[in-house]
Design a protein. Structure first.
Lengths: 926, 293
C-alpha cells in the first residue's frame, strides 16, 4: 500500500486486521496519535485523511491507500508551530496533554473548512473529542484565537488573565514547561516507549466477583506460540500482597485462595506479540467455588453478611464528635433529615494505565510508568520481587490524567515479575475495558443527614451517618471515608456534631482516591439539605450559608480552632456580587420561564464547600526537593512529585524562579524519578503546591544563600549587600554572572545544589481535638440550569466558581483546575454512573460510562479569592479538589429551584425527573 | 485473531457481489465501519475472513437528482449528506438526523447504508428515511430491486435482506414539493450508549385551508423494527392541523407503538411520557417548514 504520511510518500504492506492507529504507532513509530479507548468514543486517535478528521482506531489501514494522512507530527510547517499549537500553549488549553493530538487535529480540520467558526461551531466540531482535564472553555478560546491569527496573520493575542503584582515569577502567566512536546505529539507517554526485545504482558482477570479458586490450568498457555512466560501466585518471589495502607490486595490469587472482585489477577503472560498474549490468555482454564456476593455497604454491615475478608467487612468505623447532639437538637426550632445516595465513578483519565519493566544485568529493575506516587510504587514492586527498594527505580513518564486513579498499583508489579522471569523488558498496557474493570473507583455512598436549626437559621446540631463502599480492597478507603465524614457537616460553625461512617468491604471493584476524596459525596448531601433548610425557613440560601459559615476563630467539627486563611465569606460575597451583576433585578434562585419555550425553566442554585490541604490526621507530611544551578545560567528542580496535568511542574518552576530571581524559562523541572529525584511524597490531597512547593522554595533559598555566602567571602562584603537580579549577583557595583558564581563555589569546594526536606506543620489524629489539617481551601459555586419539564432533560448554562486558594501561584494552571473541576462536578451530577450488578461491571466500556463533552460545558466564570495561609508558599494552599466539590449540589439545588424536585440520588436521572414532574402536574406550570 | 484477513476495495457493485459470493458466511460488507468494526472487536459479530469495502464504488458514493427522486448513495459519508443543499431542500429531516449521529470524526466515515444495514429499531438515519417514504436499491447476484426502506427489517439487528449476499446500493426519496416539509427529533440521555431513548421523523404536506393532506410518521424504538405509524397517520390525514387532531393522533400513536423498558437506558413509562412531547415538537417543526415552501 502506498500513501502519504505528513507529506512523505510511504509504501508498506498492511497486516491483516490492522487499524490505521496500529500501523502508525506500532509499525511506523509515529506515536503522537494516542489511543484512549480503542472503541471510537474519546477522539484521542484523530488524524486527518485528505483533510477530514477520522478516528484512526476504527479505520482499517488499507483504506488509507493513495491518501494523504496528517498526524499531529505533521501539523507544524517548516519548523514553526501551527497557530492552534501556539494558542493552546499560550492559553494553557492543555493540562495532561494526552488528548491534545486529537483536539488539535480536529480543530485544525475545522479551521481549514471554516476560518471563522463561532462558539457553537467549535463545540459541534469537538463534540466527540474528549478532554478529561476538561479545560473546555479555554480550548474554545484557543481555537478562536488561532482562527483569528490564521485569518489576519497577527500573532496570537495575549490572554486576558489577572497576574500578580510585586513578584518576578509567582502569579504570572507561564505556559507549562512540557507544552511544546504535548502539542506536537512528542511527549513520551509510557505506551509510546519501545525497548529492544520488549515483550507484551497481559493479565488474566477472575471474571467472577466472589469465589475460591479451585483449579488453574496454564499448560495450554505455556505451550502456546510466542509465549515466553506464564506466572501464577506461587511464582511471586517476595510479598504476595500490595496496598497503599493495608496490604490486603493479592498480586495474584492462588489456588485455594479467594477472589474478591471481577478484576482480581489470576495469571500473567508475557509473549512476543499482543496477539500471542491474547491467544494464550484464552487458553488458561479456571474453576471456582462461588461464594455469596456482597453487593453494597449497607448489607455488608449486617451480621449475616458473607465475609469478604477474614477480619470481617468493616474496614473502619469513623467517628466525629463535637458537643452533644441531643442538646443541639433540643435547642433547635426545626430539624430536617434526608438520605442521599451517590454511585461509584471512574476517573477515565484518557491515558489508560501502562507500565514497562526493564531488567538490568545486575538484577535491578526499572519501571516506566505514569504514577501519582513513584516511591510507593518502588516500595511495592521491590517487596514483591524480594529486592531492596534501591534496586528498583521508578521512572515517571508523562501522566495522561490521574485524578486519584493512578495512586494504587496497576501493572507495575505484574510487569516487573514478568520482566524478572523473562529477563527482557515487558510492557503491560491496559485496554480501556481493563482500566474500567480494575482500578479503584470513587466510593459509592449512602449518607443520612439531619440538621437542627433555630428559626433564624442558626445551626444548632448536625448528625450524619455514612456508609462507604470501599469494594474488595482497602486501597485508601479508610482515609477517603474519614475525609467524607469530617467534611460531612459542611463548612459551617456548628456547636454539636455527631458523625459516624462505616467504610465497608464488598465484592465490588475497589474504591480509593478520586478528586474530592470523599468530600464530593458528603458535600452533595449536606449542601442539598442546607438548601432544603433555607426553603423550609424561607431564608435566602446565600444568607443561610453566610450566617453559619466558618470564619477565623471558629472551631471545626473535629475541634480545630481556625486561626487564619478562611476565605469562605469572601467566596460567598463574591459569588453573590456576580449573581447580582448577572441578574440585578430578580432573585436568581427563583424560577424563570424561558421566553418562547414555555416548557423550560431556569434557575440558579448555590453550594459551598471546603477541603483539607495535605494528608493531615497526624500523618507525617513531608516533601524533599533538590535545586541545582548550572553554569549556563539555568537551574533544575528535582522532586518525585507528579504532574498529572494539574500544573505542578509550572508551580515548582515559578516558585524556584521567584526565589532564585531567574526568569521562569531558565528553570527546568525534573519530576517522578526515584533514581534522580528525592521523595516529594504522594500527589494526592491537594498537597503538592503547599508541601513540595515549600520544599522547592526552601531549597532554592538555601542554594541562593550559599551562593551569597561564597560571594561575600570571595569579595569580602557583608552578605546582605549582595543583590540578585535575574540571576546576576550585584556586588558593590560589580555584576557577577551566575556561571561565574558557580565557578567560585566549585573552587571553594561547594556543590551548587541544595536538598531540602520540608515538613509540613504537624497535625493531630481525628478524635484528639487538635489541628487535624494544616490548611483548608474553600469554594462557593452557583450554577444556572435549564430544565425541560416535559422530558426531564437538564442543561447547565453557567457556573460561577469562587475558590479561596490562599495565593495564586500559577494562573493558567489554576484556571485549568477550576474549569476541569467544574466539569468533573458536572459529570458527577448529570452524567457519570459506574454500574456494578451483583459484583459484575456493566459499564466496562466508555460507550457505557460517558464523561462530559465540550457540548455540555457551561460558561464558567472563575473568581479567585486569596486568603493566604502563613506557612504555605507565598500563602498558597491546594485547589485541585475543592474546585470540583460544590458543583454537584449547586446544580442539583438549581434543579430544585427550577422545577421543585429534590435530587437525592446521583447522577440526575432525567427519566425519574420527568416522571416525578408529571406526578406534580408538570410543576409550577401556569 | 486478526479481525479480518482480506480487505477488498472493489470499484463496482458487481465486483463486490462476486467477492462476497466467494465465502458469504465469512465475509461482510463494510462502509464506514463505525458499527461493524466495533461489533467484530467486541464479539457481537461473528468473525470474518473478508471485509468488502464499498466506499470506492462510484454509484454508491454520489448524491444526485434523477427521475423526480433524490438519490443518496448508501456509502456516502454522513458529513457529505449534511452539507448537501439538495438534501437540505428535499429531505431536511434527514439532514437533521445525520447531523445528530456521532461527532465530526464518525460522520466523516459513517454512512446511511451502515445505519440501515445495522437494523436498529431506532437508527436515526433509518427513522428519517422511513418518514420520507425512502426506497432502497438492493443488489444481489440475481439483479437489483427497489424496496421501501421500512420493509428492510426483521428484528433488532436483523435486516430482511441477506447482508452476506446482498448490498444496499443507494436510497431514494421523492423530491419535495410545495407545502411539504419534514423534521427529525430525538430524546437522548447523557448516560450510557448514545442511542436515542426515542426518536421520530415526520413528513407532511399541507393541503389548502390548513388541513393535513398527507403525512408520514416514523418512530423508534417502538418495537422490534423501526416503526412507520400508519394508523396515527390515518387519524391525521385530511384533518385540520389543530390541537384536537394532534391529540387524537397522539392517542393512536400510543396504541400503535410497542414501547418497552431498556435496562440502564429508559423505562417504558418514560418513553410513554415523552412520546406526546416528541410528537408535538416534531410535527410542529415539520408543519412550519411545510408552510415556508
Amino acid at each position: 500500500m502506498r500513501f502519504w504520511i505528513n507529506g512523505v510518500e510511504k509504501e508498506i504492506d498492511v497486516l491483516p486486521g490492522e487499524m490505521l492507529s496500529d500501523l502508525l504507532r506500532t509499525r511506523l513509530g509515529i506515536t503522537g496519535t494516542k489511543i484512549g479507548c480503542g472503541e471510537a468514543e474519546c477522539g484521542a486517535c484523530t488524524v486527518l485523511i485528505d483533510d477530514a478528521p477520522i478516528l484512526s482506531c476504527v479505520y482499517p489501514a488499507e483504506r488509507a491507500a493513495g491518501r494523504k494522512i496528517i498526524t499531529i507530527e505533521g501539523l507544524a510547517q517548516e519548523g514553526s508551530l501551527h497557530p492552534l499549537q501556539e494558542a493552546f500553549v499560550q492559553y494553557g488549553a492543555l493540562q495532561c496533554g494526552f488528548c491534545m493530538p486529537g483536539q488539535i487535529m480536529t480543530a485544525a480540520a475545522l479551521l481549514k473548512k471554516n476560518p471563522n467558526p463561532g462558539e457553537m461551531e467549535i463545540r459541534a466540531a469537538l463534540k466527540d473529542t474528549l478532554c478529561r482535564c476538561a479545560g473546555y472553555p479555554t480550548i474554545i478560546q484557543a481555537v478562536q484565537a488561532a482562527a483569528r491569527t490564521i485569518r489576519t496573520g497577527d500573532p496570537i493575542p495575549p490572554l486576558a488573565l489577572e497576574e500578580s503584582e510585586g513578584t518576578n515569577a509567582v502569579g504570572h502567566i507561564q505556559p507549562r514547561p512540557d507544552s511544546l512536546e504535548k502539542v506536537t505529539g512528542t511527549a513520551p507517554f509510557a505506551d509510546d516507549l519501545q525497548f529492544p526485545g520488549m515483550l507484551v504482558g497481559r493479565v488474566l482477570r477472575a471474571g467472577v466477583p466472589h469465589a475460591i479458586l479451585k483449579r488453574l490450568d496454564i499448560q495450554a498457555a505455556v505451550d502456546s506460540a510466542g509465549v515466553v512466560a506464564v506466572l501464577v501466585a506461587e511464582d511471586i518471589p517476595g510479598e504476595r500482597n500490595h496496598g497503599l495502607v493495608i496490604k490486603d490486595w493479592p498480586i495474584l490469587v492462588g489456588v485455594g485462595e479467594k477472589v474478591r472482585y471481577v478484576g482480581d489477577a489470576m495469571a500473567l503472560i508475557a509473549a512476543e506479540t499482543l496477539e500471542d498474549a491474547e491467544r494464550a490468555l484464552s487458553l488458561i482454564e479456571m474453576e471456582f467455588d462461588p461464594l455469596p456476593v456482597v453487593v453494597d455497604p449497607v448489607s455488608a454491615n449486617e451480621a449475616s453478611a458473607e465475609k469478604v475478608h477474614d477480619s470481617g467487612n468493616l474496614l473502619k468505623h469513623i467517628e466525629v464528635r463535637k458537643g452533644d447532639v441531643d442538646i443541639g437538637f433540643e435547642g433547635a426550632d426545626i430539624s430536617i433529615e434526608g438520605v442521599f445516595n451517590t454511585p461509584p465513578n471512574d476517573h477515565v483519565f484518557l491515558e489508560p494505565e501502562c507500565s514497562i519493566a526493564v531488567p538490568s544485568t545486575d538484577g535491578r529493575m526499572e519501571i516506566y510508568v505514569g504514577s501519582q506516587i513513584p516511591y510507593a510504587d518502588r516500595e511495592q514492586v521491590a517487596r514483591s520481587l524480594g529486592l531492596p527498594d534501591e534496586h528498583v527505580r521508578v521512572i515517571g513518564t508523562p501522566i495522561g490524567g490521574g485524578f486519584g486513579g493512578k495512586e494504587d498499583i496497576a501493572g507495575q508489579i505484574h510487569a516487573a515479575l514478568l520482566a524478572k522471569t523473562c529477563d527482557r523488558p515487558v510492557k503491560i498496557l491496559f485496554n480501556r475495558q481493563e482500566s474500567l474493570l480494575v482500578h479503584p473507583k470513587r466510593h459509592a455512598t449512602q449518607i443520612r443527614i439531619r440538621i437542627g436549626a433555630r428559626q433564624d437559621g442558626t445551626l444548632t446540631a448536625v448528625e450524619t451517618e455514612l456508609f462507604g463502599d470501599t469494594g474488595a480492597y482497602a486501597s485508601l478507603g479508610e482515609k477517603v471515608m474519614t475525609r467524607a465524614t469530617t467534611h460531612s457537616t459542611g463548612p459551617y460553625d456548628i456547636p454539636h456534631v455527631r458523625a459516624d461512617c462505616f467504610a465497608m468491604y464488598t465484592n465490588n471493584p475497589p474504591a480509593g482516591a478520586f478528586r474530592g476524596f470523599g468530600v464530593t459525596q458528603s458535600c452533595f448531601a449536606v449542601e442539598s439539605l442546607m438548601d432544603e433548610l433555607a426553603h423550609t425557613l424561607e431564608i435566602d440560601p446565600i444568607e443561610l450559608r453566610r450566617m453559619n459559615a466558618l470564619r477565623v476563630g471558629h472551631v471545626t467539627n473535629t475541634g480545630q480552632l481556625l486561626v487564619e486563611s478562611v476565605g469562605l465569606l469572601e467566596c460567598i460575597d463574591r459569588v453573590e456580587d456576580e449573581l447580582h451583576r448577572i441578574s440585578p433585578e430578580s432573585n436568581p434562585f427563583e424560577v424563570k420561564i424561558v421566553s418562547g419555550q414555555p416548557n423550560r425553566r431556569r434557575a440558579w442554585g448555590i453550594a459551598a464547600a471546603f477541603k483539607n490541604t495535605g494528608l493531615g490526621g497526624g500523618a507525617p507530611d513531608k516533601a524533599s526537593a533538590e535545586v541545582e544551578l548550572y553554569p549556563d545560567g539555568t537551574a533544575q528542580v528535582r522532586t518525585s512529585s507528579a504532574d498529572m496535568g494539574q500544573g505542578l511542574m509550572t508551580v515548582l518552576q515559578l516558585i524556584a524562579a521567584e526565589e532564585l530571581t531567574l526568569p521562569p524559562d531558565k528553570v527546568r523541572v525534573l519530576l517522578s524519578d526515584t533514581g534522580l529525584t528525592p521523595d516529594g511524597g504522594p500527589t494526592t490531597a491537594s498537597r503538592q503546591t503547599y508541601v513540595t512547593g515549600n520544599a522547592v522554595r526552601y531549597a532554592s533559598a538555601t542554594i541562593l544563600q550559599a551562593v551569597r555566602s561564597t560571594l561575600a567571602e570571595r569579595f569580602d562584603v557583608p552578605p546582605a549587600t549582595i543583590k540578585f537580579i535575574e540571576g546576576l549577583a550585584h556586588i558593590d557595583g560589580k555584576q557577577i554572572e551566575l556561571a561565574e558564581s558557580i565557578e567560585i563555589m566549585k573552587a571553594a569546594g561547594q556543590e551548587p545544589k541544595a536538598l531540602y526536606e520540608y515538613w509540613a506543620p504537624e497535625t493531630q489524629p481525628l478524635g484528639t481535638g487538635g489541628d487535624m489539617h494544616f490548611a483548608y481551601s474553600f469554594a462557593v459555586q452557583a450554577a444556572e440550569v435549564e430544565v425541560d419539564l416535559d422530558t426531564g432533560e437538564v442543561q447547565v448554562l453557567r457556573v460561577i466558581a469562587a475558590n479561596d486558594v490562599g495565593r495564586v501561584i500559577n494562573p493558567l494552571g489554576l484556571r485549568g483546575q477550576i474549569e476541569g473541576g467544574v466539569m468533573m462536578g458536572l459529570g458527577n451530577a448529570l452524567i457519570e454512573e459506574f454500574i456494578v450488578e451483583g459484583g459484575y461491571v456493566f459499564t466496562d466500556r466508555m460507550a457505557r460510562y460517558r464523561i462530559p463533552s465540550i457540548v455540555q460545558a457551561p460558561e464558567i466564570i472563575p473568581i479567585v479569592v486569596e486568603h493566604p495561609t502563613s506557612e504555605g508558599p507565598y500563602g498558597a494552599k491546594g485547589v485541585g479538589e475543592v474546585s470540583s466539590i460544590p458543583t454537584t449540589p449547586a446544580i442539583t439545588n438549581a434543579i430544585n429551584n427550577a422545577c421543585g424536585i429534590r435530587i437525592r440520588s446521583l447522577p440526575v436521572d432525567q427519566d425519574w425527573l420527568a416522571l416525578e414532574l408529571a406526578k406534580v402536574g408538570g410543576a409550577n406550570r401556569e | 485473531m486478526a479481525l479480518w484477513k482480506k480487505y477488498l476495495q472493489p470499484s463496482t457493485v458487481e465486483d463486490a457481489l462476486v467477492e462476497l459470493g466467494v465465502e458469504p458466511d465469512r465475509s461482510a460488507v463494510v462502509a464506514g465501519g463505525t458499527d461493524l468494526l466495533l461489533d467484530l472487536q467486541q464479539g457481537r459479530h461473528s468473525a470474518v475472513n473478508t471485509l468488502v469495502d464499498v466506499t470506492q464504488i462510484p454509484e454508491m458514493t454520489v448524491i444526485q437528482i434523477q427521475d423526480d427522486f433524490l438519490h443518496i448513495g448508501a456509502a456516502v459519508p454522513l458529513a457529505e449528506i449534511i452539507q448537501d443543499v439538495r438534501v437540505q431542500t428535499h429531505a431536511q429531516g434527514l439532514t437533521e438526523a445525520c447531523g445528530l449521529i456521532g461527532g465530526t470524526q464518525i460522520r466523516n466515515v459513517a454512512t446511511l447504508g451502515g445505519n440501515v444495514g445495522h437494523a436498529l429499531p431506532a437508527g436515526d438515519g433509518t427513522i428519517a428515511l422511513i418518514s420520507m417514504r425512502a426506497e432502497a436499491q438492493v443488489a444481489s447476484a440475481e439483479g437489483r430491486r427497489w424496496v421501501p426502506v421500512r420493509t428492510l427489517f426483521e428484528g433488532p439487528g436483523r435486516p430482511s435482506f441477506d447482508r452476506s449476499r446482498e448490498i444496499l446500493v443507494t436510497f431514494r426519496v421523492p423530491l419535495s414539493g410545495e407545502g411539504e416539509g419534514s423534521a427529525f427529533k430525538r430524546v437522548m440521555r447523557p448516560q450510557g450508549v448514545a442511542i436515542a431513548i426515542l426518536n421520530m421523523g415526520i413528513w407532511v404536506r399541507r393541503g389548502s385551508s390548513g388541513k393535513v393532506e398527507e403525512i408520514q410518521i416514523a418512530v423508534g424504538p417502538a418495537g422490534p423494527r423501526p416503526l412507520r405509524a400508519l394508523k396515527a397517520e390515518a387519524v391525521l390525514r385530511g384533518q385540520p392541523f389543530d390541537s384536537g387532531s394532534i391529540h387524537r393522533a397522539v392517542q393512536q400513536l400510543l396504541q400503535e407503538v410497542k414501547l418497552r423498558t431498556s435496562p440502564h437506558r429508559s423505562t417504558k413509562a418514560y418513553r410513554e411520557h415523552i412520546l406526546p412531547t416528541l410528537f408535538h415538537r416534531t410535527i410542529t417543526e415539520a408543519w412550519e417548514r411545510a408552510a415556508r415552501k
